[in-house]
Design a protein around this ligand. Structure first.
Ligand code: SF4
Ligand code: MG
Length: 334
């Protein structure tokens, strides 16, 4: 499969009154045509900022360096007209809170048809017919009669379906979903995730799912990329990340996933400590202040991503041949 998206050595720095915030620090990523990738990490890990760089939607106080190629084009060098083609037409994006991304003063029908008329040059009638089809496709009942309604007349889950319809209006090659279910109830969350999964298959597109919850990734993603402190700390096929992870931060994320069959008494663990201050990122491994396996070298030198097996890579000094022997199963369960 050809690569649809390639990111090389991406750095994003925000210039703020408090100083330079190094939000993304040397991220590499490839996404193949038709593939699903989950980017997982706590808030502030650089997941959203990485994807906003791909869409060229970062605020003006951001400096971006590195290389981003989408469908063979150099995204950072695109001129405005080409950029608009990529934004919204070739890449669709769904955000966490549909109430803030939908315009409350315009009907839902108008918001869907706008994109069809702008990007695909459809006439009013044709765009309306297509909007109804799209609403049906994302599971909005009585689609015809809802075209003239406003966002506040929809429930949270239905609003997110509308957002998905807008994102898919122009049949993008890539859908980026940034915490698409975080603002929703648990049962609705599962419905939206299933919808995304179905649509991905049906429309044969690539998907990047951004989430802080490693638990929703199973069954959704082919590969997982775990980010911490603006860097990729582990990546690989979803099975390797679930069953054979080689990074203490990933272990923490796995322990904080609620298990359906777990007894009530079993407490969910969150990772102790807080994410790093990106105004002054920690020396060495960004996770060392929170890592219970940290060694002297972890404070001094940053570990590089290295191969565990096949495409599975981890950036942790525990993988070094001279590191103390680790019983991986035990260490993960600790
Ligand atoms: Fe922990 Fe060291 Fe591995 Fe970082 S490199 S995750 S501090 S053991
Ligand atoms: Mg985010």
């Amino acid at each position: 499969m050809a690569n649809l998206l390639e990111i090389e050595n991406l750095h994003v720095t925000f210039h703020t009154y408090a100083g330079e915030v190094q939000a993304v620090r040397g991220v590499d990523l490839t996404l193949r045509e038709g593939e699903s990738l989950a980017i997982v990490g706590e808030s502030g890990s650089g997941k959203s900022v990485t994807m906003l760089s791909v869409m060229r939607l970062l605020p003006r106080n951001a400096t971006v360096t590195g290389r981003i190629r989408f469908a063979g084009r150099d995204v950072l060098a695109l001129r405005n007209s080409e950029l608009r083609r990529v934004q919204g037409r070739e890449i669709g994006m769904v955000f966490q809170d549909p109430m803030t991304s939908l315009n409350p003063t315009l009907t839902v029908g108008l918001q869907i048809t706008e994109s069809l008329r702008y990007h695909l040059g459809m006439g009013k009638r044709e765009a309306e017919e297509r909007a109804i089809e799209l609403l049906k496709m994302v599971g909005v009942p009585a689609a015809e009669s809802r075209l003239n309604q406003y966002p506040h007349q929809f429930s949270g889950g239905m609003r997110q379906r509308v957002m998905i319809a807008i994102a898919l209006a122009c049949q993008p090659r890539l859908l980026i979903a940034d915490e698409p279910t975080t603002a929703l109830d648990v049962t609705i969350q599962a419905q939206i995730m299933n919808l995304l999964k179905e649509l991905k298959k049906k429309l044969n597109m690539s998907l990047i799912l951004i989430t802080h919850d490693l638990g929703i990734v199973a069954g959704m993603a082919d590969r997982v990329m775990v980010m911490y402190g603006g860097q990729v700390v582990e990546q690989g096929p979803v099975r390797d990340i679930y069953y054979n992870s080689r990074h203490p931060y990933t272990w923490g994320l796995l322990r904080s996933v609620p298990r359906v069959h777990a007894s009530r008494r079993e407490r969910l663990e969150s990772i102790p400590g807080s994410p790093p201050n990106l105004l002054a990122p920690p020396s060495g491994c960004p996770f060392h202040p929170r890592c219970r396996h940290a060694m002297v070298i972890c404070e001094e030198e940053a570990p590089q991503l290295q191969e565990v097996r096949g495409e599975h890579r981890s950036a942790c000094w525990l993988l070094h041949p001279q590191a103390p022997r680790v019983e991986w199963e035990e260490a993960r369960a600790q």
